[in-house]
Write a new protein. Structure first.
Length: 125
């Protein structure tokens, strides 16, 4: 089997990111179960975890964490998944990321700064 071309790889990553945005965990996880790195990034540096967290898909976030997704991997704008979830008011996702060891001081703005800006500091340990 030949390796994928750059164009094919780009299309594959786009499909994976769409599945993460939509919270379609079962289909998404098949890609990782067949060898795609769980921390693959799109051209903007987003991971499936980042997009699932930002779009409020707690079950998908937990499934990606269970597959070993890096909870601190920032996107191309240096935003962390936990800061994105805080920004969107996704309490359940924030709790899952914190429980998985998310660094509340990573990224710009950090989760702590984001929580202060939006009055959500009660969500943080």
């Amino acid at each position: 089997m030949e390796p994928l071309s750059e164009e094919q790889t780009g299309r594959l990553v786009a499909i994976v990111m769409d599945l993460a945005r939509e919270g379609r965990s079962e289909e998404l996880l098949e890609f990782f179960d067949h060898g795609l790195p769980v921390d693959v990034q799109d051209p903007e540096g987003n991971t499936a975890l980042m997009l699932a967290a930002y779009h409020g898909h707690a079950d998908t976030v937990r499934a990606l964490i269970a597959r070993g997704a890096d909870v601190d991997l920032p996107n191309g704008r240096n935003q962390s998944p936990v800061a994105g979830a805080l920004f969107k008011g996704e309490d359940e996702i924030v709790a899952a990321l914190v429980a998985a060891g998310a660094d509340l001081d990573a990224g710009t703005p950090s989760a702590r700064v984001t929580a202060q800006m939006f009055g959500r500091t009660a969500l943080l340990p």
